[in-house]
Design a binder for this molecule. Structure first.
Ligand code: SF4
Length: 305
């Protein structure tokens, strides 16, 4: 079997990490590479395990996404989806199981089991903080299950469904740009509707770059004009929906942003052709707050120094 290659690609998350701290970016995309192999060196393995850590809010968000995806997948397969109360109970049971595994540190033996940042770095949160995390997940799921959006999805015929959490991509100037649409369908007029489930607590930070990437992807994938794509961020915590439309000008500025980001990332590589990188070329952030919540602070020379 061919050896897996660490190909250069771009995503919104990659861009965010790069801007936060170049060294963190190195750990995430280069230092951890190969850490799944039995014969990898100890530091690579450690970085790889730390890469999988989730904060409790990311964890709650991923549990909400999993629950929604399961409900929609069951609908697609003709399996009667669980009622909201059953789905919430199942999610809470799964969270309790994750919590116990994480607290025992099982992720060091099996990095694909849940590992929580708060456990790894012994933050000793009170029980009320964990309860608040679980309550937040429940609130998001309740809002989803009683939403017009869910009713609307249930009324669609299956041939209207498009992608749901597929790992997709488009090419921009020879670079693969990754996108994952939470849910998308074709409406009765043939227009494309894309939903992005948001589980954060505030509506303040609308993610235009992300939504623009989704819209652009849809125009390429389904060969439709920009004005026939509607992208909607559904904030599951507040129940509010924010609409995004890609305009010519918006597209230009997004392409400009991505192009600049790719150029900056490639500048730090030893060899952009082979995507080879050396750790010392990636500088440290100067913001202590970024280090405080960084998965890699155990292995980072900046913090250890
Ligand atoms: S600990 Fe700080 S400097 Fe080191 S990788 Fe993390 S954010 Fe960057």
């Amino acid at each position: 079997m061919n050896e897996l290659q660490n190909e250069f690609s771009w995503s919104k998350t990659r861009d965010e990490i790069f801007r936060k701290c170049p060294r963190q970016y190195y750990f995430q995309y280069y230092g951890s590479w190969g850490g799944w192999k039995i014969d990898c060196d100890a530091r690579t393995r450690e970085i790889y395990v730390l890469k999988q850590l989730q904060s409790r809010s990311m964890w709650a968000g991923s549990k909400v996404h999993d629950c929604i995806r399961r409900a929609l997948e069951n609908q697609r397969r003709g399996i009667k989806p669980m009622l909201d109360a059953e789905a919430i109970d199942a999610t809470l049971a799964s969270m309790r199981n994750d919590f116990a595994n994480s607290r025992r540190g099982d992720y060091w033996k099996n990095p694909k089991t849940c590992g929580l940042f708060e456990h790894e770095y012994k933050l000793n949160l009170p029980a009320s903080a964990w309860k608040e995390t679980a309550d937040h997940a429940v609130k998001c799921l309740r809002n989803f299950y009683c939403s017009d959006v869910y009713r609307q999805i249930q009324s669609l015929s299956l041939d209207q469904w498009l992608e749901m959490e597929d790992f997709s991509s488009f090419q921009l100037e020879g670079v693969k740009v990754h996108v994952v649409l939470d849910f998308s369908y074709r409406d009765a007029n043939g227009d494309i509707v894309i939903y992005d489930w948001k589980t954060g607590r505030s509506d303040a930070e609308r993610n235009d770059v992300q939504l623009a990437c989704y819209s652009y992807y849809a125009t390429q994938k389904w060969a439709v004009e920009q004005e026939r794509v509607r992208t909607i961020e559904f904030n599951l915590a507040s129940g509010r929906q924010l609409y995004y439309a890609l305009t010519g000008k918006g597209l230009e500025s997004i392409v400009h942003h991505i192009r600049g980001s790719i150029r900056d990332m490639k500048m730090l590589l030893d060899d952009p052709e082979t995507n080879r990188a050396s750790e010392e070329r990636f500088t440290f952030t100067t913001l202590a707050a970024t280090c405080r919540y960084c998965n890699y602070k155990k292995v980072c020379p900046h913090v250890a120094a």
